[in-house]
Write a protein that binds this ligand. Structure first.
Ligand code: ADP
Length: 228
């Protein structure tokens, strides 16, 4: 696969094996600055594993992941809610503030203002001092969303962001994504594709291998399995 200068991420022949069991095979793809990649596929197909490899949290068994310029960009990560220990004694605003660790806006005061701004964005300002163990699933999901976005990262990686959200906030999330897609690169895993499908520039189906669809029209009726 050719490497393009404007590729933010280049995956080359990535493979992943857990305990001798292959979960990803020959995954090659490129993500360019400003792309919005919608990722779907069956449970256990390797979507989360692929995201964690892209994030540098997992090292692939084979192949490579390269970032433009050789260094990882600022990434905002929304993990699956069930990967977070909600018994940890930390409040909503403290969780959101961890999104600024190493990425301070310059002063404590402006960091606090930024946290407040993102709590408001996700309708969680009223719960700022509540311990996360006393939140509903949707409230925790919104808190994690604010943490992922608070540093205004150039790359946003979301794993099932719609989980636990009610219809009202689902609509808000689509508005938020709409606002982000002009200024960030987005990788988003979801089972619910109706609206996201319209916003995405690229579609990946991950089922051990990666199938890339070039247009929503090919979404159901077979992808063209294009690798560039
Ligand atoms: P998806 O996100 O598409 O549901 P995952 O990437 O979470 O898929 O998982 C892919 C496969 O790898 C599954 O069969 C899962 O059980 C397995 N798996 C994921 N993480 C681990 C791990 N840390 N150790 C062993 N197997 C794992």
């Amino acid at each position: 696969m050719k490497s393009h200068d404007n590729n933010l991420i280049t995956l080359r022949d990535v493979g992943m094996t857990y305990d001798g069991r292959e979960v990803l095979r020959h995954v090659s793809a490129a993500v360019r600055h400003g792309d919005f990649v919608a990722i779907t596929g069956p449970n256990g197909g390797g979507k989360t594993t692929l995201l964690r490899i892209v994030l540098g949290l997992l090292r692939p068994t084979s192949g490579s992941v390269d970032y433009c310029g050789g260094c990882t960009p600022a990434i905002g990560y929304l993990p699956q809610k069930n990967s977070v220990d909600s018994h940890f004694p930390i409040t909503v605003s403290e969780v959101v503030a961890t999104g600024l660790l190493g990425r301070s806006t310059g002063s404590k005061c402006s960091d606090a203002a930024r946290v407040e701004e993102y709590l408001e964005l996700v309708d969680m300002a009223a719960y700022a001092s509540r311990p996360i163990g006393r939140l509903s699933g949707g409230q925790l999901q919104r808190t994690l969303l604010a943490r992922a976005l608070v540093s205004r990262p150039s790359l946003i990686v979301m794993d099932e962001p719609l989980s636990y959200l009610d219809k009202h906030f689902e609509a808000r999330l689509y508005d938020i994504l709409e606002g982000l897609r002009n200024r960030a690169t987005i990788l988003l895993v979801s089972h619910e594709m109706n609206t996201i499908d319209q916003m995405a520039t690229h579609h990946w189906i991950v089922d051990k291998t990666l199938h890339q669809c070039t247009s929503t029209r090919h979404w159901v009726d077979g992808c063209d399995h294009k690798h560039d």
